[in-house]
Design a protein around this ligand. Sequence first.
Ligand code: NAD
Length: 323
Amino acid sequence: MKILLTGAAGFIGMHTTLALCQAGHQVVGLDNLNDYYPVSLKQARLAQLHTQAGFRFVRGDIADAPALLALFRHEAFDAVIHLAAQAGVRHSLVAPQAYVQSNLVGMANVLEACRQHPVRHLLYASSSSVYGNAQAPFSEQASTDQPQSFYAATKKAGEAMAYSYAQLYGLPCSGLRLFTVYGPWGRPDMAPWLFTEALLAGRDLTVYNHGQSQRDFSYIDDIVNAMLAILPLAPSGPGAPHRLLNLGQQQAIPVLQLIQQLETLTGRTAHKRYLDLQAGDVHATCADTSALQALIGPQSLTPLSTGLGRFVDWFRQYHGHPH
Ligand code: NAD
């Protein structure tokens, strides 16, 4: 297949693109290389992608409708994997406009481009944050009426927009509610990176919610495997061809357990500085993945200790830390 993958220079985008190329697909990767976190990391990811024969990079912004439409006119995409977004819960309280541009305007532009130049399947990234403080584990039917951050609100709006395009125009869409993804080449604003960095530098670890938070940490390869399995399975049948799926590990891991594992892996002792729950954050996340399993069958998932081990090894190598 010829696939447009937005956010290709991002964490999940890079891994998904690699797997697609290795499976023999052609991938056009679109990214605006914004500076939400160091561009050098995005460029290093792109360097990995440029080793793949089926990969081509286009620098561009999904908020730029004419440019996006021109790309769709020029190429005939079989499918779109839409991962470009302004990510980050806390940052959405500081810079809401970035979320409006990428997650609302950009999402609308991707949908409209897929309407004008139909594709077999649009997979797009949503987020566990849409569940707010609902009772975990979350099934896809749980309420998403109380987003706790502006980021969550934009992701929920993205789901509603996609549903309307499926309903109105028959665009087959799968919305993937991702749960805290981690692994090599991960995001510098997320807990596994921040804690590992602080441990190796001998700095205090800032732990929110006085260490009471729990997250469903999902290993990147498991998420990518699920996405590749979902890709050929476009929703069809009566009603709007739109589905929502949780992609997670189905385990709520206490953040303090994450820190303990990182202490073991780095051989360092954490000095924790406890703070209140941050505005926008939720207490606990945990995916009910029965809908995903019904669709693609049971998945063998990477244990946290294995996944974190791979992350810490990569982190040391990337930063030139000796073991
Ligand atoms: P990321 O920030 O590493 O990747 C996103 C990429 O999109 C970046 O390279 C960025 O430059 C690009 N981008 C942003 N706005 C753009 C725009 N307007 N035009 C073109 N490119 C743009 O984030 P990620 O962790 O890889 O997340 C990928 C997707 O998954 C996002 O939609 C995110 O909201 C969602 N998600 C991620 C997680 C997680 O734990 N990593 C959890 C839930 C949802």
